[in-house]
Structures are given as structure tokens and as C-alpha cells.
Write a protein that binds this ligand. Structure first.
Ligand code: B3K
Ligand code: ZN
Length: 893
């Protein structure tokens, strides 16, 4: 904890030095007991020949450990031979190579930070990334120190019958007094952040996978016995991911066993520990009755993500934590491509871009903005961000698009081969891509070192006589905390030109015509300067430019589209992303009018619907050639979060009122076709989680949402019927949500009864209860904060469980803007109280919860003042964790 007079210090990338010592072998002996757990670590250490400092003391990282003894080469050290403080163990005189034995005691049962070794519902498990291993024993806790591990675990046999660690089981057996032990050996050298161990009462399902080269791999998923019926989807996803990585990247699995363990208390989604992934139950368990379509897709994506880390992260790891995006950005790109191949590519792209533009752009424009390879941090846990992950993936995607599939594969092969078994940097990654392709990526690397979202301003000119069309593109990136004046980025801008009868063939002036594909209608312009012109020849009519197809770069695009232009793009461009984006831009313009009207004091009760938007939506509903999932995405209005991100100054209440008014008017206007979609859907068909079935359900439930805005009794009955008869959680939750949020004044009893019945039915399924909490926490109806306070007192709420905190507190503060920003600031007070409550208990979760307050400068002056005051109250707290201190102090700076 950081006291006021000792503020935590930043760690800088420029200070990186190779480790002074290397650890060749690590033997851990962990004896689990109810009161104290004893960890005996035996390390084979030697000085690193590459270090410039051959006479330094050995400094091992440690936190919250009770040191019992230290010995070198079998000789116990006396207390004067070493120094211990809150963060380290220092031994001054050590030989060039030696064996160090350190015995420490820890109390996992008291570890509420869920970092290091802790207990979740009686189950011992670990989370070591980024710096949790130092809470287990003293160690060189940095990713560039890689060691072989042998782990012996000892525990009570009846309470902890299953004992797991990384690698292969090499020994085990019974001991006196109902105790037993197991010994695991991991043949692959790894940094300690990939260490894992588990002990508990677990059941498992088992399967096998034969790799292309013929290695038979045993696959096991361990869960609490009651959840054994919810593992099949994860197992299928794992096998699909293993096959995909062989086919697409030529990467095989490298051990004889791959294990996954699901735990209820987990700070994030999952962790890629070598051969022993540990997962949040929310990212493993799935069955139709309890899991939504989105839940199924999340399980598939996270299982794949963690599996893919075996190469992008484990075999080739990070040199230091500034390189985090090396493994995370690349692995998110890999899992996104996998999901695209398993389902609908355009839908996946739209979902990802939507999230990026709403949340990552906000991060990149706020006080916590950082490059995907940051220069400095106070607490690395704060840097598991949308920027590192999602923007990092966009940067890898740009490389993949610039190189094309074959050269990109050549680049990834070279990267994996060149660096197998090493801890490397993002520069190494880019170098492999450049070397394999022959492309100069020097300027491209600014994406790694500069934060902020570039803005592209596009103007155009059509010369009818010369049949030439010119696009002028200017780039500008606003200043961010680490850098005021940015160097120009290398930005791929994918474009098409839409004419009256479809996309036009493209010929750039000065480039040799492509005779092989003369009617090529797609090209990628490479912007490398602050301003550049691109002229197309042979353009027979003034086109509408389809810009940034597929969202070819993580930038904001400014082009003065008319509503007619947008309608044309929406209905006719070849690129699915552009069509969706045009629908969002059109809706944003229409909602923008309503926002102005609201701010001018107009009553939006009878707000007339914009005719062009109405016609565009009618056309969408009548277009049977479109994927129903795309229709649903295009008919769903931009979220309040996205609209806030678009605004100069965020007026939460105006955005909410305006979006609602447009939504209500649209629902009325489209009632007939929406009803037709709803009634054409066969609710009795068996549940399937494939892309087509998901698409149909999404559209049908979107229709239900619109029809339930102002429902009559018959509509309420239909909704209740869906709730009662549904054979899957997607439909159940869609109906519950629509009912809970509808504004029919006589529906209060129905709402209460439905919520109560739902809880009664699902109270033994924690993940479903989380959904039940979330539906209520995000409901925009008035009185949200009171509802949330009541939910916190509900017997099913657990103030220590991150999933529960996320479903109530974070769901409310992130997903319910109109209630969180209630005008008296009570929402901010509530959030500050929660952050302070969690500050010591679970600093990582506390810091993460702060996100909505960090954006205080974006709001109206009255709200700014209240949000700022909440942050100041937190900063005044005498014992802030590094995590919370960093976020609050940077937000106020
Ligand atoms: N690598 C982990 C994240 C660890 C977060 C530590 N605070 C999960 C993942 O990205 O796959
Ligand atoms: Zn990851």
C-alpha cells in the first residue's frame, strides 16, 4: 500500500536491463494446510554472462511472504547474510553458480486479491501473470527469466483429491495421515508467470487430439462435479482451435496433456499457464438451458485464445511487460480470425469494431491513454487494457493486410522459428514480418510507440471531363499524455467507389493497369504522409466513396456523407462492414437532430421519425439476401456509449432521451414487418449454436425488443410466453430483458413475478444468477441506483466474487449511463465507495472499476465537478493500492 508520503514510482522501458542471474531449474514443494501453506523452493541459479554487473547482490522479488529459512548449497544462512523488505530478499555474497533453497509460509485462504495462490470455494488455484508468483515464493519474477519447473504438491486426500501443475505427472502417492502428493514436471522452460497449480475436489471430462505429426494429446477439463454437463462445448472448441492453429499457422501442441480448470473466483477471463489453463467458469461452462449465444461464442473464443497463447506467448514470450501486446495483440488477432472462420466473418468484425470504437477509442482519448507498447507504468496490472489487447490486434491485422496472407504466414513462421524459447520484443515481431516479406515497416512502428486515435479527414473532387476522381486524405493525431506532436502513421485505407449500378472498377493514376483483374473494385491506399492525394482514372460518374472497408485501420474517419450517400452505401456497397457502418452513421445523424431538439427544450414525446432512416430500415427488413444477423446489427441503433464517444461534450441525458425517441418511433413505424419476423420464428425448434441459428434468434429478439417498447396486453402475453416456453437462455433472457425494460404502466406485477420466477428457477446456477443481476443493473428505467443497492443486499450477491461485482457494480456504472450519471452525483459516490471498499481486498478489480470516472473531463460542467470530487475523495485515502493510485492520480493530472 502506498502511503501519501511515499508515492509509488513508475517503471520505465528505457531502464530495461538483462537479468543479473538466470534460473536453470526450479523445484517447488508446496505443502497445503488449512492454516499455513509451506513453500520450499530450490533454485539452480547462476550469474547471467550477458549482464554487465557480475558482482551484484542477488535480489529476489517477494510480496506478503513469511520467510522461514534461506540456504545456499545446503548451508543455512543466518539473518545477517541477507536482507528482507516488503518487496524483496537480497543476498549480498553469492557464488557464480549455486543452489538456493528458500522456505516461506503463506496463507492462500486469506488471499482476497486472487493473485498468487488463493482459494476459491475450497479449491486452491493460482494466478501468476503478471507478478503473482512473488506472492508464492521469492523469485526473479520477470518474464525473461525462464526455467524448468518441477512441482510437488501435498494436501489432504479427502478435501483435495486432485493435485495439478504444469507439464506431465511424474510421481504421486499416499502419505501418512490421509495426506497425498503429486509431482509434475514441465519439460519446457518458462517464465514464472506461466506457472500454475490447482488442488481440490474436481471432476473432469476427457478427450484426445492427435496432432498432424501424430502426437496423441490427452485433453481434460476439470470443473466442480455439478458442472460436468456443461463442458462439452469448451472441449469441442478446444479441438477446433488445435486443428485451426495447425492449418492456419502450422503450429502443433507440444505436450502429451492439455488441461483446463474452471474456477468461480477469477479476476479476468482465463489464463494460459503452460499445459494447465485456469479459467473463469464464465468462459468454460456452456449449455443451451443456461448459456446465451453470446456466452457460447465467448467460451469458444476464450478457449481458443488461451490455447493459441501456447505459441504466441508461451513458446515465444515477452522480454518485459512493456511488450505485453506482443502476445496479447497477436493472440487476440488470432482468436478473432478463428472466430471469423467458425462463424460469420462480417458479424465478428462489426462486433469487434463496435467495441473498439466505443471503449478503446475512449481509453485512447482519456487520461490513461498509452501506446500499445507503453513507455512507463506504475502497476502493470493496470495495462491489461483494450489498447494492449484490441488495438494491439488491430495493429497486427494491419500488418497482415499490408503483407497479404502468404507473406504474413511467412512472417509468422519466421517469428516462431527465430524466437522459439526466447523472451522477445514487439520490435522482434515486426522485424520478422519485415524480413520475411521484404517490406519496410519502419514507419509502421509508430503504431507501437505513439498512443491516440488518428483522425482521417477525407475530401474529394470529381472531374467529369477528365473522368478523374481524387481523394485527399489528411491525418492528424491529437496529443496524448506521453506525446504531444505525433509523427505520421503508416495507415492502410481500404476503399471502393460506389456508382449508380454498383462498385466501379478502380484504376489509380500512375499505376499500371491490372490486366488480370480489370474490373477490380477494391484497393488499399497507403497513407504515410500528413496529407496525400490519390487520383482514380476512368471514373465515369461521380461515385460515393466506400472508405475504410473492413475497418482497415483503427482510426476515426471524417467525410461529409449526405444521408443519400449513406443510404446508398447501406444498400449497395460490396463490403459488409461499410454497409453496417453507413447504417450507424445515418442513425447517428438522426439521433443527433433529436439531441439538439432535446437540448433546445423540445419535448421528444412525439418526435417525428426521419423518413430516410425509416425507408432505409424498411428496405433492410425486406432484403432477404442479407444475413439476418447483419439486418439485426444494422437495425440496432448505435449504443449510448458510442454516441457519447462521438460527442464533443457528453450530455448523457440528452443522448438517452434522443436515442429512446428515435427507437420508439422506429419501433412504431416498423411494427408490421417486425411482427412478421417475430411470428414467423418457430420457437419449438431445438437449440443450435451455429452462426445461422444464432443469426435468426438475434433478429427475432431484436424484433421483440422493438415491439416491447410500448407493448399492449397481447404483446406482453407473447413476451411472457417466450419467457415460459423457451428452451434456451438466449430467448429466456431476451424476453426477461424486454419485459423488465418496457414502459407499460400496468406491467409492474408481471415484471416482479417474472424476475422472481426466474430467480427461483436458476438460483443454483451462479452464472445464470449473474445474468439475472445484470438485467436489473443495466435497466435504464428510473430508480437504477436504488435497485442496485437492493441487489447488493440480495443473498446471492457475493461482494468478493469478481463475476458478481461485474454483474452488478460494473454493469451499472458502465452499462447504465442514464442512471449512473443521475444528476445529484449519487452514482459517482456509490462507485467511489465500492472502489475504496475493494482497494485493499482486490486492488486489480478496484482499479478496473474506476474506468467510467476517469472520463470525467468529457461531461457537462456540473457532472465534471461531481465526478472529479469522487476521484479526489479516493485520492485522499491514506493507504491506496498502487493499482488504484495510478488510475486516480493519472485521471486527475
Ligand atoms: N494473459 C492473461 C491475462 C492476465 C491478466 C493478469 N492481470 C489472459 C489472457 O490474456 O489470455
Ligand atoms: Zn491473452
Amino acid at each position: 500500500m502506498a502511503a501519501r508520503d511515499a508515492q509509488p514510482k513508475a517503471i520505465h522501458l528505457k531502464d530495461y536491463r538483462v537479468p543479473d542471474f538466470l534460473i536453470e531449474h526450479t523445484h517447488l514443494d508446496v505443502v497445503l494446510n488449512d492454516e499455513w501453506t509451506r513453500v520450499t523452493s530450490t533454485l539452480k541459479l547462476r550469474r547471467n554472462p550477458e549482464s554487465e554487473r557480475q558482482d551484484t547482490s542477488l535480489v529476489l522479488d517477494g510480496a506478503e511472504l513469511r520467510l522461514v529459512s534461506v540456504a545456499i548449497d545446503g548451508k543455512p544462512l543466518s539473518e545477517s547474510d541477507y536482507r528482507v523488505d516488503a518487496e524483496s530478499l537480497t543476498i549480498a555474497d553469492v557464488p557464480p553458480a549455486f543452489e538456493l533453497q528458500v522456505v516461506t509460509d503463506i496463507q492462500p485462504q486469506k488471499n482476497t486479491s486472487l493473485d498468487g495462490l488463493y482459494r476459491s470455494r475450497g479449491l486452491y488455484c493460482t494466478q501468476c501473470e503478471a507478478e503473482g508468483f512473488r506472492k508464492i515464493t521469492y523469485y526473479l519474477d520477470r518474464p525473461d527469466v525462464m526455467s524448468e519447473f518441477v512441482t510437488r504438491i501435498e494436501a489432504n486426500k479427502d478435501t483435495h483429491p486432485v493435485l495439478l501443475s504444469n507439464g506431465n505427472l511424474i510421481d504421486g502417492g499416499d502419505l501418512a495421515g490421509d495426506r497425498h502428493f503429486a509431482v509434475w514436471q514441465d519439460p519446457h522452460k518458462k517464465p514464472c508467470y506461466l506457472f500454475a497449480m490447482v488442488a481440490g475436489q474436481l471432476s473432469h471430462i476427457e478427450d484426445k487430439f492427435v496432432t498432424t505429426s501424430g502426437r496423441e494429446v490427452t485433453l481434460k477439463i476439470f470443473v466442480e462435479p455439478k458442472d460436468l454437463d456443461k463442458c462439452d462445448h469448451a472441449m469441442d472448441s478446444l479441438k477446433r482451435a488445435m486443428r485451426w492453429d495447425e492449418e492456419v499457422y502450422g503450429r502443433e501442441y507440444d505436450l502429451d496433456i492439455f488441461m483446463i480448470v474452471a474456477v468461480d473466483d477469477f479476476n479476468m477471463g482465463a489464463m494460459e499457464n503452460k499445459g494447465l489453463n485456469i479459467f473463469n467458469t464464465s468462459c468454460i461452462l456452456a449449455k443451451p438451458e443456461t448459456t446465451t449465444d453470446a456466452g457460447f461464442q465467448r467460451v469458444e473464443a476464450v478457449v481458443a485464445h488461451e490455447y493459441f497463447h501456447n505459441w504466441s506467448g508461451n513458446r515465444v514470450t515477452c522480454r518485459d511487460w512493456f511488450q505485453l501486446s506482443l502476445k496479447e495483440g497477436f493472440t487476440v488477432f488470432r482468436d478473432a480470425e478463428f472466430s471469423s472462420d467458425m462463424g460469420s466473418r462480417t458479424v465478428k468484425r462489426v462486433e469487434d469494431v463496435s467495441m473498439l470504437r466505443t471503449a478503446q477509442f475512449a481509453e485512447d482519448g482519456g487520461p490513461m491513454a498509452h501506446p500499445i507498447r507503453p513507455d512507463a507504468y506504475i502497476e502493470i496490472s493496470n495495462f491489461y487494457t483494450l489498447t494492449i489487447y484490441e488495438k494491439g490486434a488491430e495493429v497486427v491485422r494491419m500488418i497482415a493486410n499490408l503483407l497479404g496472407p502468404e507473406l504474413f504466414r511467412k512472417g509468422s513462421d519466421l517469428y516462431f522459428e527465430r524466437h522459439d524459447g526466447q523472451a522477445v520484443t514487439t520490435d522482434d515481431f515486426v522485424a520478422a514480418m519485415a524480413d520475411a516479406s521484404g517490406r519496410d515497416l519502419t514507419q509502421f512502428k509508430h503504431w507501437y510507440s505513439q498512443a491516440g486515435t488518428p483522425v482521417l479527414t477525407v475530401t474529394d473532387q470529381y472531374d467529369a471531363d477528365a473522368q478523374e476522381y481524387t481523394l485527399e486524405i489528411a491525418q492528424y493525431c491529437p496529443p496524448t499524455p506521453e506525446c504531444k506532436h505525433k509523427k505520421p502513421f503508416h495507415i492502410p485505407v481500404a476503399v471502393g467507389l460506389l456508382g449508380s449500378a454498383g462498385n466501379l472498377p478502380l484504376q489509380l493514376k500512375g499505376e499500371t493497369p491490372n490486366t488480370e483483374t480489370p474490373d477490380n473494385t477494391h484497393t488499399v491506399l497507403e497513407l504515410t504522409e500528413a496529407k496525400q492525394r490519390f487520383t482514380f482514372t476512368g471514373v465515369k460518374e461521380k461515385p460515393v466513396p466506400a472508405l475504410l472497408r473492413g475497418f482497415s485501420a483503427p482510426v476515426k474517419l471524417r467525410y461529409p456523407y449526405t444521408r443519400d450517400d449513406l443510404m446508398r452505401l447501406m444498400s449497395a456497397d460490396d463490403d459488409g462492414f461499410v454497409r453496417w457502418d453507413a447504417s450507424q452513421q445515418l442513425a447517428t445523424l438522426v439521433i443527433g437532430d433529436a439531441i439538439k431538439a432535446y437540448q433546445g427544450g423540445e419535448d421528444l414525446g412525439q418526435w417525428p421519425l426521419d423518413e430516410q432512416l425509416a425507408v432505409a430500415c424498411e428496405q433492410l427488413l425486406g432484403d432477404s439476401s442479407l444475413d439476418p444477423a447483419m439486418v439485426a446489427l444494422m437495425l440496432a441503433l448505435p449504443s449510448e456509449g458510442y454516441l457519447a464517444e462521438q460527442a464533443e461534450v457528453v450530455d448523457v441525458h440528452a443522448i438517452h432521451a434522443a436515442r429512446n425517441a428515435v427507437r420508439r418511433a422506429l419501433g412504431k413505424r416498423l411494427a408490421q414487418p417486425l411482427r412478421a419476423i417475430y411470428s414467423a420464428y418457430d420457437h419449438s425448434k431445438p437449440y443450435e449454436a451455429n452462426a445461422e441459428a444464432i443469426a435468426q434468434r438475434t433478429l427475432k429478439n431484436l424484433a421483440l425488443g422493438y415491439l416491447m417498447i410500448d407493448p399492449d396486453a397481447a404483446q406482453l402475453d407473447a413476451c411472457e410466453q417466450q419467457l415460459r416456453d423457451s428452451n434456451n437462455m438466449t430467448d429466456t433472457l431476451a424476453a426477461l430483458t424486454a419485459l423488465v425494460n418496457c414502459r407499460a404502466h400496468d406491467a409492474e406485477d408481471r415484471k416482479r413475478d417474472a424476475l422472481e420466477a426466474f430467480y427461483q428457477q436458476w438460483q443454483d446456477e451462479p452464472l445464470v444468477v449473474n445474468d439475472w443481476f445484470r438485467v436489473q443493473s443495466v435497466s435504464p428505467l428510473p430508480g437504477g441506483l436504488e435497485r442496485v443497492h437492493a441487489l447488493l443486499k440480495h443473498p446471492a450477491y457475493d461482494p468478493k466474487n469478481p463475476n458478481k461485482i461485474r454483474s452488478v457494480v460494473a454493469a451499472f456504472t458502465n452499462g447504465n449511463p442514464v442512471n449512473f450519471h443521475q444528476k445529484d452525483g449519487a452514482g459517482y459516490t456509490f462507485l467511489a465507495d465500492e472502489v475504496l471498499r475493494l482497494n485493499k481486498q482486490n486492488p486489480q478489480i478496484a482499479a478496473r472499476l474506476l474506468t467510467p470516472l476517469t472520463k470525467w473531463r468529457r461531461y457537462l460542467p456540473e457532472q465534471q465537478a461531481l465526478m472529479k470530487a469522487a476521484l479526489e475523495r479516493i485520492l485522499a485515502e491514506p493507504e491506496l493500492s498502487k493499482d488504484v493510485y495510478e488510475v486516480v492520480s493519472k485521471s486527475l493530472a
